[in-house]
Design a protein around this ligand. Sequence first.
Ligand code: AHM
Ligand code: MG
Length: 350
Amino acid sequence: MSQKNGEGAPVAQEKINTDIVTLTRFLTEEQSKHKEATGDFTLLCHALQFSFKSIAYYIRRASLINLSGLAGSSNSTGDDQKKLDVIGNDIFVAAMRTSGKCRLLVSEEEEKCLVFDENPKARYAVVCDPIDGSSNLDAGVSVGTIFGIFRLAEGSQGKQEELLLPGSELVASGFTMYGASAQLVITMKGGNVNGFTMDNALGEFILTHPDMKMPKSRAIYSVNEGNSLYWQEEVKEYFNSLKYPIEKSGKPYSARYIGSMVADAYRTLLYGGIFAYPADKKSPKGKLRILYECAPMAMVFENAGGQAVNSRMERMLTVVPEHIHDRSGIFMGSYDEVQKVIDVHKKHGH
Ligand code: AHM
Ligand code: MG
């Protein structure tokens, strides 16, 4: 085919990647590295993948409904947002139940742990926040799903108490961010962090960010400063030290706070810096949930070369929740940035 003015290059000259690593291919290749693998974990991940795709699809559709809502439709925007929270949870629950590989499921949207008795031989437990940051949905801000996977102990009775585990027991964790495109970040215990981008035309997550490593330091902090009245002195001192550097040559840090953990975490992972939601005098246990928000994120950040600690400066992955919806303060980010918070706390005898 000859190229006419303004018609672009002929197909034969386009650079087409014919050897794409999809999430499905990635999981198959990972499985083949483990001779003992039965394929159960891979099947569970396929079910997870389906729930991410579905949630991404419904979030995009909901935005359209909102647009028509603004133009005078009888649908109240608030109602639709609430429905989307429920839809996200229902999609997740159905995907996990029907995977046949999930015995226990903890969701932020469910008061009790769901026990799938129909899968008594299933060896995995999943913890998740199906749509984190949902208070932002109205404004079209990126929200996401946070997830973690535990392998149940031999002889498990399928009881929710079995999930009061530290994040160091997670076999895999990650999150998706439903933004301009859907991004998926996943890591396995002791492994690399890999980032995938949803190709809507192919309907596949494509490996676009292999072996993600976060910058060792970066002058960006991300925290809800509206809570500073309630912060402990150490926390105030730490953030002040970022804003008012002692050295004359020192530049103050930039502030970036979206208020949607997945979006703040994804930016921090890519650009570096620190994300924090400290425990304070008003919320002595912090806001974010240990099992399905803090621990999965901590594993991603550590495996990408960063650090994550709670408000007592304990390694986040060692924190054991007292109940499935237990909360914790968290500081996570670039290695050197988190070290600065730890050092300020040490000075105060923590
Ligand atoms: P949610 O699980 O009810 O959506 O709340 C969690 C969200 C996080 O995404 C975010 O980091 C935080 O709450 C923001 O809280 P705040 O509005 O207090 O700054
Ligand atoms: Mg949440």
